[in-house]
Design a protein around this ligand. Structure first.
Ligand code: ATP
Length: 301
């Protein structure tokens, strides 16, 4: 049974349709991403899963339970990353973590979590005195302190510097390795590509695609561009006979070969047969940002 099932979720705020028709399922142990432009309905979808909002239509199930009816039970088993401003400003880091740990039947060790998130030396700092990045890390610690089966993380690394972001990704992978299922809302392509097993791309309240990051990219294009400087003069025409190759172009000393499938292997095998070495070899292929643009018509932020 999937850990999360969303079927035809629909949610309005007055006349404004925030989520039109969203369906997806998250399997146990997955890191599942929800990716989409601003205002696509990502946060509203997650808030419905958290039981904070009542859907106007559709069916939701979280760990086989109903997010609103079974909220008390789910609160024990699902970790939620709180949005900015929902914490008591004056409480200190250690106090907040101990307080939250006390809500759960089987809490994690707060000291260990602080160490993992690099917050040990800020144990006695009041929440409002923390930098934005540390507030963010504390919100992740609070989402994990109940040893949840499922963590719902909205804008996991927003406001973090690149190093803190990478550390957080490592942490999330370690949490998943312990068997926790993770639903992640993000608008960072690199984050989605690096962390997510599968991604639902949402635009204007609808799911436009659900697939692995590589699968999303492959839907849009399989084109790869291979550039290199041959160690000996080469007739570009030799590559045109390869079925994987679509075009070959000379750019100064370099050759630029475009193709699909296993074009890199085809090109390097032919070079090896010819006894030519490829200097400065570079391979470019489409990334998740290209797929995002093709699927939603929006540029990533
Ligand atoms: P972002 O990436 O900007 O956080 P999102 O994909 O999470 O966007 P939502 O926050 O779910 O999108 O918002 C979806 C739509 O609903 C947006 O047009 C937003 O302006 C609107 N909306 C969200 N919350 C409310 C609210 N409480 N009242 C009225 N409209 C709302």
């Amino acid at each position: 049974m999937p850990v999360i099932e969303v079927e035809h979720l629909h949610k309005r705020y007055g006349d404004k349709v925030a989520v039109d028709d969203v369906s997806f399922a998250v399997e146990r142990g997955e890191i599942f991403g929800i990716l989409g432009p601003n205002g696509a309905g990502k946060t509203t979808t997650v808030e419905c899963l958290e039981g904070l909002r009542t859907p106007d239509g559709g069916e939701l199930s979280v760990l086989g339970l109903d997010p609103r009816r079974d909220r008390a039970e789910l609160r024990q088993r699902v970790g939620v990353q709180l949005q900015e401003g929902r914490l008591q400003d004056k409480l200190r880091v250690g106090e907040l973590l101990d307080l939250y740990a006390a809500f759960y039947r089987t809490p994690a060790d707060p000291g260990e979590l602080l160490a993992t998130l690099g917050l040990t030396e800020h144990r006695n700092t009041a929440y409002k005195k923390l930098s934005g990045g540390r507030q963010q890390r504390l919100s992740i610690a609070l989402a994990l302190v109940g040893s949840p089966e499922l963590a719902l993380l909205d804008e996991l690394t927003t406001g973090l510097d690149p190093q803190a972001r990478r550390d957080t990704w490592d942490l999330i992978e370690a949490v998943r390795a312990q068997g926790v299922t993770i639903l992640l809302v993000t608008h960072f392509m690199e984050e989605a590509e690096r962390l997510c097993d599968r991604i639902a791309v949402i635009d204007a309240g609808r799911v436009v695609a659900v697939d692995s990051p590589a699968g999303l990219v492959a839907r849009v294009t399989d084109e790869q561009v291979v550039r290199f400087r041959p160690s000996a003069p080469l007739d570009p025409g030799v590559f045109e006979a390869l079925p994987e190759v679509r075009s070959v172009e000379r750019q100064g000393e370099r050759l630029v070969v475009r193709g699909g499938g296993n074009v890199l292997h085809a090109v390097t095998s032919l070079l090896a047969r010819l006894g030519v070495i490829a200097g400065d070899l570079r391979v470019e292929q489409a990334g998740l940002d290209d797929a995002f643009v093709a699927l939603t018509g929006h540029r990533p932020e």
